[in-house]
Design a protein around this ligand. Structure first.
Ligand code: ADE
Length: 434
């Protein structure tokens, strides 16, 4: 069996961590029971590029129990939980992941998942799917050159064996929709991110809590009384703003979309642009999915001691290039904290090298929300295998979303109301009026 992890002797610790996650993922447990009884993935090869956490472990174990063979690479160089990676190797998963991978290690691992010739790809951020497409279309790039040294099989042969893929996150879905728009998508993709039982909970409550958890674990700073600037008022930004307010912070929203900015305003937040916010913020959190959201003209206006963290998928939202250029000195002063001393003498603290703070500084989203996200992943794999789909980006049908929500409610012991026959009829008729 092929694998590369930091230390296989960590597996006992990893197994206990996975057990803790399993306890909090009742919907996935139910799906596991069904999938494993029927061996619904017998003979299927799954290639995944996901954050290697205890929750991901629960998901890939479901695939394994259902009869699949799984290869797993990290979807971020800083998000792997090494003890979980070790435990997964002992479960028979081909894992290529460790915390602190270099750029080369990162793409080497993804190339190994591609050379495993998967039938289904699972992605978080579209680096795996992107590389498959770059290889197929013979695009140039450092990661392509690196992958070509590892993969023996011809890319078209690998692609012909792929029946579909899934994408976990907003950023990845945006990349894959761009590929589909150019009519270059090579196989169907399920945008798991776009399921209601994913983004309304994972993006909002998952990131809301885990991002603050990451900042607090790394800095041990008090949120009460702080001016917290949140860039982006999508579902992630909303969750962060909500939870920061709950901790007693004054929250300031920076948003480019007029509708979202208006929503933020009427949700009771102070809304302004980054230029103004940069002068008043104590903590800045980016959650936009775009590049250079905080840059030179903002850094130079910031208060001495300002803290910067990113909650978006890639480390592009805070311009580290600009920060380096305007600094006289930089020093790692604590795990996951780099102190930059600017030419103007002020200090700025960058957390986790601008990588996603919830996974780099803490353990990612809590298991309870990943339960729903990963139930969508599991059901998306089954959906892809049971249908003939075109080379498009799909969203799972509403009945699957409802099924996941109902299972979650059942596990939570929550009863919901049923429509009567008369009420259903009323809602589907047009005649009844004033
Ligand atoms: N993305 C965010 N949180 C995560 C987690 N706990 N596991 C896997 N992927 C994640």
């Amino acid at each position: 069996m092929e694998y590369k992890v930091k230390d296989i002797s960590l597996s006992d610790k990893g197994r206990l961590k996975i057990r803790w996650a399993e306890q909090h993922m009742p919907v996935l447990r139910e799906i596991n029971n069904i999938f494993s009884r029927k061996k619904v993935l017998k003979g299927i090869r799954i290639g995944a590029c996901l954050h290697v956490t205890k929750e991901t472990a629960v998901l890939v174990k479901v695939f394994k129990h259902a009869g699949a063979e799984v290869a797993l690479a990290a979807s971020n160089p800083l998000s792997t939980q090494d003890e979980v990676a070790a435990a997964l190797v002992e479960e028979g998963i081909h894992v290529f992941a460790w915390r602190g991978m270099s750029w080369n290690d990162y793409y080497d691992a993804i190339a190994r998942v591609i050379s495993f010739s998967p039938n289904i790809t699972l992605d978080d951020g579209a680096d795996l799917t992107g590389l498959i497409h770059k290889l197929y279309y013979k695009e140039s790039g450092k990661e392509v050159d690196l992958a070509l040294k590892i993969i023996d099989e011809q890319p078209d042969k690998i692609v012909s064996g792929i029946r579909g893929g899934t994408e976990e996150t907003t950023t990845g879905v945006i990349r894959l929709r761009a590929l589909a728009k150019e009519k270059r998508l090579l196989y169907p993709i399920i945008a798991v991110n776009d399921s209601l039982t994913k983004f309304l909970f994972d993006n909002r409550y998952g990131t809301g809590q885990s991002c603050l958890d990451g900042i607090i674990r790394v800095t041990n700073i008090l949120f009460a009384g702080k001016n917290v600037v949140v860039a982006g008022y999508g579902w992630v930004g909303r969750g962060i703003a909500l939870r920061a307010r709950g901790l007693g912070a004054r929250v300031i929203i920076v948003e480019t979309d007029p509708i979202k900015a208006l929503e933020a305003y009427y949700d009771g937040f102070y809304v302004t642009n980054m230029y103004e916010a940069s002068k008043i913020g104590d903590i800045f959190i980016t959650a936009t999915g775009d590049i250079n959201v905080i840059r030179k003209e903002h850094f130079v206006r910031m208060k001495n001691g300002a803290i910067l963290a990113n909650a978006g998928h890639f480390n592009v939202e805070i311009s580290i290039d600009d920060l380096e250029k305007i600094s006289q000195k930089k020093e790692k002063i604590r795990e996951n904290i780099t102190e930059y001393i600017l030419h103007n003498g002020r200090k700025i603290y960058l957390l986790a090298e601008g990588r996603l703070i919830n996974l780099a500084g803490a353990e990612g989203h809590p298991s309870e929300v990943m339960d729903m996200s990963f139930s969508n992943q599991a059901l998306a794999v089954k959906y892809l295998l049971s249908r003939k789909l075109s080379r498009k980006v799909y969203v799972l049908p509403r009945n699957i979303d409802n099924r996941i929500a109902l299972l979650k409610l059942k596990a939570l012991g929550v009863k919901i109301e049923k429509l009567t026959y008369e009420q259903k009829k009323y809602l589907s008729s047009w005649e009844a009026g004033t």
